[in-house]
Design a protein. Structure first.
Length: 278
């Protein structure tokens, strides 16, 4: 009886683990490149954040954005389909760890994130932190925003969230799941400004038709990257090579400019995403 009970409990435990951790077990047995080829698709984390990712409101398709173009190019290089999987900036790492997605573009390689996921050595692109603010909000420096009563909308668990928490502790920082929700809060008047990196604010300003874009001083510029699962050297090396080819060949800048033109913006009026062109 004791033997049967132990056997039953052991079987139950194995069944529970298999149910709870199916993605982890599969990831351990097969590298990401093998999984992608077996599945026939590259699963790319996406979130509504032009110019990185943009969903067509008419058909729900993820057709445009630097991250979408890059994902399609990498999928083509592997001979598989591009498969967008909707996440948020705050859930992307968990989605990677849970084997729900294979890669998330435009994730900044912070020390905290590097403990949970891996990043290639080659940067994806470069950009500067900026705000879209009410026309009557006097702001030239980050210190101008560090005041009680100033409400700043920001995507939760993002690089912008971390920077504002450290730089403007006296302001009211309103955190939202993603770029779209943060911009919507600003549009609705619930925030005095929204803080993102410069490129997405160009698209937001174009859509809203009001407000001013400011790059407060001292300027906060940095590289962005792409996050992948840890301990997968083969896939990491593939991503690193692809990013290097896109960046050095000018393709990343071209994708960025193509999105701006499609959105009705003049690329010459926007800072480039290659530091060599800044």
């Amino acid at each position: 009886m004791n033997f049967n009970r132990r056997t039953a409990l052991g079987g139950l435990a194995a069944t529970t683990l298999a149910t709870v951790l199916p993605g982890m077990a599969f990831a351990q047995a097969n590298g990401t490149l093998d999984q992608i080829k077996q599945r026939g698709s590259l699963r790319v984390g996406v979130t509504q954040a032009p110019p990185w990712y943009s969903k067509d409101p008419k058909n729900g398709e993820w057709n445009t954005g630097v991250g979408v173009s890059m994902g399609k190019a990498m999928a083509a290089a592997l001979g598989v389909k591009f498969e967008p999987v909707e996440v948020s900036w705050g859930t992307a790492i968990a989605a990677l760890q849970g084997n729900k997605i294979d890669i998330m573009y435009m994730m900044d390689a912070t020390p905290e994130r590097a403990q949970a996921v891996d990043f290639p050595q080659t940067p994806l692109l470069y950009y500067s932190l900026a705000i879209l603010a009410r026309d009557d909000l006097a702001v030239k420096t980050w210190a101008d925003l560090n005041k009680a009563g100033v409400r700043i909308a920001v995507p939760q668990a993002s690089s912008m969230d971390k920077f504002l928490s450290e730089t403007t502790p006296n302001a009211t920082i309103q955190r939202f799941p993603g770029n779209g929700e943060a911009i919507a809060a600003y549009q609705a008047g619930r925030a005095d400004a929204v803080c993102l990196f410069h490129p997405p604010l160009l698209a937001a300003r174009q859509k809203l038709g009001s407000g001013k874009i400011v790059v407060p001083t001292p300027a906060k510029s940095q590289a962005s990257s792409a996050a992948v699962r840890k301990e997968d050297k083969a896939f990491l090396a593939f991503v690193d090579k692809q990013l290097a080819d896109y960046y050095k060949g000018g393709q990343t800048q071209k994708w960025y400019e193509e999105f701006l033109v499609g959105f009705g913006l003049d690329p010459k009026a926007s800072p480039p995403v290659m530091k060599e062109l800044l």
